[in-house]
Design a protein around this ligand. Structure first.
Ligand code: AMP
Ligand code: GLY
Length: 421
């Protein structure tokens, strides 16, 4: 099977590597990055340019195209591929609105009876002020559009909350903001692979959203992750499939916009029960790096079955009996204003971990920083202690100017505690 992966992050590097484990699979990637280019042929096209992606898929005679990031999904690249008769892993543009618009996701959840935070959609600053006072602190203010995980402000400072709301409303012609009730409790990322009818859950993971140790500093795309969750309540996955993933997939089908691909539920396990914080329409980054490392079944068969509507006949997934931890190494200034260009050294000295590349570029043989999240260093172990030790041992071999990472990824879980951000 020939598979073309679209994207250029560490998530796509993990997808490429995991697909390459399957026999008879040939993987290429567009546009990729310096690390992916060491493993597979890469093609420098714009991932959101549908006709260019279709042309490349035809040229490569791809049997399956796997779309990694949200931007090409929302832009309708999967629709262009389907129109050309090419099987694609990833939802239509209409279905990707579950991620593209927080207001749309709320409507779908309300119609499907999926538990989520109460929320107000505001298009004026006065409405936003009233919504803030309806819920009181802690305030949660979300840009309605795509913001790569960085459009959300959670704060006790009313003025900061209102300033963010104003920036979202005035930042775009049709700017809008969602203000919602604060959800307490630990967070879980649970991925469901679906073909529009059947849902196959993956191994639950926890992501670390804030830039600094102890969940301090601004939100990022994610600074590290681990799987499985030793503290998770028994039956969590089954509960989330029954109460969240399956009803959402059924609701999307009923609306005539079936969702196929990966439905990512970002959850809060609150004292009043499990609530959805957000949906994403694609694999999470960096959770994918740990989830796919733990997967012990052929990924190509899973993604192809999603693309072709045959998930119901797929054998049950197998998972390795081990823990996996990934640590993100970020560029100076990330997330506000990442500084690019620093030369990365030590990549070849890492032995007990896998280094998935994100923002890297090959500059005449030097691997240099080209984005905010630069590398994700991923390692397995018999338990979280061993997986952490292996991952941080890998991190300690790699150097670049201005590099920063969290040192507390999976620490509390390894010590038998629950991590609540
Ligand atoms: P989102 O982009 O919606 O995933 O939000 C990013 C992060 O903000 C989440 O992972 C949470 O840590 C936090 N967050 C979002 N919504 C809420 C909420 N209603 N209550 C508490 N924290 C939230
Ligand atoms: N790690 C969070 C996300 O992928 O959105």
């Amino acid at each position: 099977m020939k598979i073309l992966v679209i994207g250029s992050g560490a998530r796509e590097h993990a997808l490429v590597r995991t697909l390459q484990r399957d026999s008879g699979v040939e993987v290429s990637c567009a546009p990729g990055n310096a690390g992916i280019a060491q493993d597979a042929p890469t093609y420098p096209i714009n991932a959101t340019d549908g006709p260019a992606v279709v042309a490349l898929a035809k040229e490569l005679a791809a049997d399956l195209v796997v779309i990694g990031p949200e931007a090409p999904l929302v832009a309708g690249v999967s629709d262009d591929l389907r129109a050309a008769g090419i099987p694609v892993f990833g939802p239509s543009s209409a279905a990707a609105q579950l991620e593209g618009s927080k207001a749309f996701a709320k409507q779908v959840m309300n119609d499907a009876g999926v538990p989520t935070a109460r929320a107000h959609l505001c298009t004026t600053v006065d409405q936003a002020a009233a919504a803030l006072d309806d819920f009181g602190p802690t305030y949660v203010v979300k840009d309605d559009g795509l913001a790569a995980g960085k459009g959300v402000v959670v704060t006790d400072d009313r003025q900061a909350a209102l300033d963010h709301a104003q920036a979202c409303i005035e930042g775009r012609p049709d700017g809008a903001v969602v203000i919602e009730e604060f959800l307490d409790g630990p967070e879980v990322s649970l991925f469901g692979v679906t073909d529009g009818t059947t849902v196959v859950p993956l191994s639950p993971a926890q992501d670390f959203k804030r830039v600094a140790n102890n969940d301090l500093g601004p939100n990022t795309g994610g600074m590290g992750a681990y799987t499985p969750l030793p503290w998770a309540p028994a039956g969590l996955t089954e509960e989330v499939v029954a109460k969240v993933l399956q009803p959402t997939v059924d609701e999307m089908a009923e609306r005539g916009t079936p969702f196929s691909g990966l439905l990512y539920a970002g959850l809060a396990l609150t004292s009043r029960g499990t609530r959805v914080i957000e949906f994403n329409a694609r694999f999470g980054d960096p959770e994918t790096q740990v989830v796919l490392t733990r997967l012990d079944s052929p990924l190509s068969e899973l993604l192809f079955a999603s693309a072709t509507g045959t998930l119901a006949s797929l054998p049950e997934l197998k998972w390795k009996n081990e823990s996996v931890v990934t640590v993100v190494m970020a560029a100076e200034g990330y997330p506000e204003s990442p500084v690019t260009g620093a030369v990365i050294t030590g990549l070849n000295d890492v032995t007990d971990a896998t280094v998935f590349h994100a923002g890297t570029r090959n500059n005449d043989g030097d691997i240099v920083v080209s984005g905010g999240r630069v590398l994700t260093v991923t390692a397995s172990g018999a338990d979280l202690h061993e997986a952490r030790a292996n991952a941080y041992n890998g991190v300690n071999h790699i150097k670049f100017s201005g590099e920063h990472h969290r040192t507390d990824i999976a620490e509390r879980a390894a010590n038998g505690e629950v991590h609540v951000p």
